[in-house]
Design a protein around this ligand. Structure first.
Ligand SMILES: Oc1ncnc2c1N=NC2
Length: 214
């Protein structure tokens, strides 16, 4: 399944063309991916997931905190489409937390905060849901961790995959958008906990980086 590929020179849409929280006025440069476009792409991913896994129970593993909006909207769409089709599917969601970023730099120490016991994954179709895949370190680590609990199948859904040199070799099974290597915020993607309340995916401005720097 292909993805929406955003070119390196894509400037994003002018902020003034969209609705956004006033308090972020000077903190973002442009609207990179509008909320409506995100939502439509998510419906497509839900359709693909249903085609691949309908008639089976789906164990969704949501990677917090950045993944919570993507996961909620994706699960909603899978449920809605499964109800209006002949492919019934039950979805259950578990949450794990990963901390790996300070400011906008990936730190080496990646650690999982969350239920140590994921035995509920045994024999299930597991779908790891991540908002953004860049180095692919998190995805690789999670796949190894989840395999230990003997799931029936493990797939990954990534809303955004960053094009970075030496980046993720293995692409997620379901990808929303492939984007350039720029720090994006919004739609639950944060910068030091800010911008999670912004519905569009935007590019943070230099001023925003300074304003919310730790
Ligand atoms: O661009 C990004 N924006 C927010 N969080 C992360 C990003 N890349 N990896 C984690």
């Amino acid at each position: 399944d292909q993805a929406v590929v955003i070119a390196d020179d894509w400037p994003g849409y002018e902020l003034e063309l969209f609705m956004y929280p006033e308090h972020y006025r000077d903190d973002v440069e442009s609207v990179y991916i509008p909320h409506g476009v995100i939502m439509n792409r998510i419906e497509c991913l839900a359709r693909d997931i249903l085609e691949d896994m309908g008639h089976d129970n789906l164990m969704v593993l949501c990677v917090l905190k950045g993944g919570y909006k993507f996961c909620a909207d994706l699960v909603e769409s899978v449920k809605a489409q499964s109800q209006s089709s002949d492919r019934p599917i039950t979805t259950r969601v578990e949450f794990i937390r990963l901390k790996s970023y300070l400011n906008d730099r990936s730190t080496e120490d990646l650690h999982i905060i969350g239920p140590e016991d994921l035995s509920m994954l045994k024999g299930k179709n597991v779908l790891i849901v991540e908002a953004i895949v860049d180095t692919g370190k998190t995805m690789k680590m999670l796949l190894k961790h989840v395999e230990k609990f003997q799931p029936k199948t493990v797939k990954v859904a990534g809303l955004l995959v960053k094009r970075i040199p030496g980046g993720a070799t293995k692409l997620p099974d379901y990808v929303g958008f492939v984007i350039p290597d720029r720090f994006v915020v919004g739609y639950a993607l944060d910068y030091n906990e800010y911008f999670r309340d912004l519905n569009h995916i935007c590019v943070i401005s230099e001023r925003g980086k300074l304003k919310y720097k730790l």
